[in-house]
Design a protein around this ligand. Structure first.
Ligand code: SF4
Length: 100
């Protein structure tokens, strides 16, 4: 499915992560949208001494189909986080729901 995959071999950094089958390497999520989920992103990362997530060993967002489906599922959690933050800001904590 084309909406789940694109690849840019002309990119100066391609492939930015080591992967066996480069034909399956997806560039769709070049900057992972799950960074903000911290340890709940589901990927293989470690924290640097300065507290930055180092995702150099994570190929999850780049695996054709698998990465797309994983990120779509996790985006429900991102939506929940933003919604709950807003509800807290406006004093409507009673409407907070947990989509997990
Ligand atoms: S690249 Fe991997 S480890 Fe980094 S935020 Fe995304 S899923 Fe998590």
């Amino acid at each position: 499915m084309n909406y789940k995959f694109n690849q840019n071999k002309a990119c100066e950094f391609f492939p930015c992560h080591k992967m066996e089958n480069l034909e399956e390497f997806s560039c769709m999520f070049c900057y992972c949208p799950l960074y903000m989920l911290g340890k709940e992103c589901g990927g293989n990362f470690k924290y640097t001494a300065g507290g930055i997530k180092d995702c150099s060993n994570c190929i999850l967002p780049h695996i054709k189909d698998v990465g797309y489906d994983h990120i779509q599922k996790k985006m429900l959690h991102v939506i929940e986080c933003v919604r709950n933050e807003h509800l807290r800001d406006i004093g409507e904590e009673d409407k907070i729901i947990n989509l997990k």
